[in-house]
Design a protein around this ligand. Sequence first.
Ligand code: KIV
Length: 242
Amino acid sequence: MKGREPIAALTVYDYPMTRMLDGCGVPLLLVGDSLGMVVLGLPDTTGVTMDDMLHHTRAAARAQPNALLAADLPAGSCRTHADALANSRRLIEAGAEAVKAEGGLEIGEYVRAIVAEGIPFLGHLGMLPQRVKEEGGYKIKGRRPDERTMLIDDAAALADAGAFAIVLELVEPTVAGELTSALPIPTIGIGSGPDCDGQILVTPDLWATSPDFIPKHVQPNEQVKTEMESTIANWMNSIGKK
Ligand code: KIV
């Protein structure tokens, strides 16, 4: 799809959501570890476990989407080469058709091994939510020259290792545009400006139903949440509940 049409991607966490978004024709669905914040009530993604990811990947996969279904390798699941491979296999056994992990050069060898197993790999660069504690927050990457150089090297390493696309999260938009032009594989931006090959969002952010925080780069449709709330209020009224 690179250079031909924008790639729309959204997150899913369960069977009905996957059915609905697949029915809308979204070509790439991700069981993201944003699961932690938007479903499990955790403060960030660092507490999401392999078991959590497997449970929700199985549920999403039961929808048998036409979309490519990718799943996140959660924090701590790729500490060793063997873990990265074994956990990628487990996500595929659970029904994912591709895996995503955060990182660049430092995971290049894992990525090569995962791809050599026939498992499609989606990269993730820029702000890495699994490192939010070390980073001290969700900050834009690529403004400083050293960050820009690092992003270029990391993206080249992932493409060289066989990644089929790279998510760019909170990357300075001109740098995201540069990476998009330079790479042979698609970039999928989130808060990284319009010049990426595709865009991904955390779906409950778009629906305004994310409970605690909606990032600035999203224009949530508040009506979705309001409609859901009024449906509940109307139903309570209909049974005589004040
Ligand atoms: O976990 C997630 O939802 C993600 C997206 C933000 C790309 O990684």
